[in-house]
Ligand binder design. Sequence first.
Ligand SMILES: *[C@@H]1O[C@H](CO)[C@@H](O)[C@H](O)[C@H]1NC(C)=O
Ligand SMILES: *[C@@H]1O[C@H](CO)[C@@H](O)[C@H](O)[C@H]1NC(C)=O
Ligand SMILES: *[C@@H]1O[C@H](CO)[C@@H](O)[C@H](O)[C@H]1NC(C)=O
Ligand SMILES: [Zn+2]
Length: 463
Amino acid sequence: MVRYARISRFVSLFFVLFVRETLQFQYKHHSNEELIETLEEVHQNCPNVTRIYELSERSVRGVPLWLIEFANMPGHHERLKPEFKYIANMHGNEVLGRELILRLAVYLCEAYLNGDKEIQSLISMTRIHLMPSMNPDGWQLATDTGGKDYLIGRTNNNSIDLNRNFPDLDRIMFSNELNHIHHNHHLLQDVSSLRQPLQPETKAVIRLIMAIPFVLSANLHGGDLVANYPYDESRSGAQQDEYSVAPDDETFRHLALSYSLYHVDMADPKRKGCGDSRSDQFAKQGGITNGAQWYNLQGGMQDFNYLSSNDFEITLELGCEKYPPNHVLMHEWKRNKNALVNFIWQSHIGIKGMIYNLKTKEPISNAIIHVRNVTNGLHKDIKHDVTSVHDGDYYRLLTPGQYKVTVTHEKFYPRSKIVVVKNSLYMPALRVDFGLRPLSPLRIQEGYGYSMQISNSFESLIS
Ligand SMILES: *[C@@H]1O[C@H](CO)[C@@H](O)[C@H](O)[C@H]1NC(C)=O
Ligand SMILES: *[C@@H]1O[C@H](CO)[C@@H](O)[C@H](O)[C@H]1NC(C)=O
Ligand SMILES: *[C@@H]1O[C@H](CO)[C@@H](O)[C@H](O)[C@H]1NC(C)=O
Ligand SMILES: [Zn+2]
């Protein structure tokens, strides 16, 4: 007996050491092979709340594009649980985000296992997708050439800048504005031509964006220190200094600040910029900038997310140095950790709820949720609508205020409600459900499936 007890104590001690050891994170630049090994270790340690998956296409040189998700039910969208993503290293030579996202995956698993209440509740309330590298080929080239050059490794292996390769939906949106066309969301259906062929890495991410109803995301870069928000493209075509206001400007500013203010010094007005006069201004603006105000960019991933789906995306520039040395990585993790976590919590601002058929109680997808800001007597329509997803749930990120929310669907009578949004950290979004009355009992048989899939016409453009 004594011997067995000893053995089992030895075994459990070994087990504890083993768990600690496998989750130990080495602060260094992880190769493409080490990247997936790290994700696998995380999954082995947290099998119940993680899943690793690969996107539909590989990189030009055939490297798989990996993600890990954290959720209570990995692999499934759960009703009323917002979906979040981080994508890093789309510019292959901007490598800090890649290491921070790997470290974040290890941290979430560790904190979950250690009973950290905040992280356990974040994971139980949110489905979090982490993609450490969108451009493993560029990373390889940057690494093989010493990680010193400002440009080598930026593009994919076909020399295409992936952050210029998305369909340019801003142009469609700006043209709709000029022509008083009210269509202001899910604009991918309106694309009739592409400026350049879509790269496999871009195609893979577009399919991801269409497949999963993301609510919030960020796209991690390097070369400056600032949180950048839509639009990235100017209306006039001006190359810089044109603030390109998005309908959700106030919400985007809040989102960008919810990163910069939680970063150790992104928002510190006394810090130095990265060398040019624009960069020097960023800290004085709270560590944030409108994209086109900084410089004009067409075909970027950030605006694409906002204009093709229900997702709100910002772009994070994580430091002046694109390829920092190993020995600063731990320090950089400490500088970014709270910001990375706080930003994920922002998936829970505003309102969310179920849209359902008042008669049959069935959920309604593809209902349109329109918001008018009526705070303090304002009457300001926010000209960017979101839609309800597969299970009839919707999410509408909003800053505190009073809003008139109107839900429409071609087969139902519209319905409006006035809501007061307060937003409190660590709490779910305010729940506002809408039961809709069918227009005509004959027509509701036809079904109303979620159609945020790639339309046939777009599919033929990209395949
Ligand atoms: C995973 O879930 C199983 C079944 O509920 C449980 O026995 C196990 O302890 C869980 N593992 C971890 C690492 O949480
Ligand atoms: C493509 O990858 C190969 C092998 O890493 C490299 O030699 C070549 O320079 C790359 N080309 C581009 C344009 O990145
Ligand atoms: C609505 O207006 C109020 C008052 O101007 C403002 O504080 C709030 O951020 C606005 N909300 C949105 C989502 O623009
Ligand atoms: Zn970049």
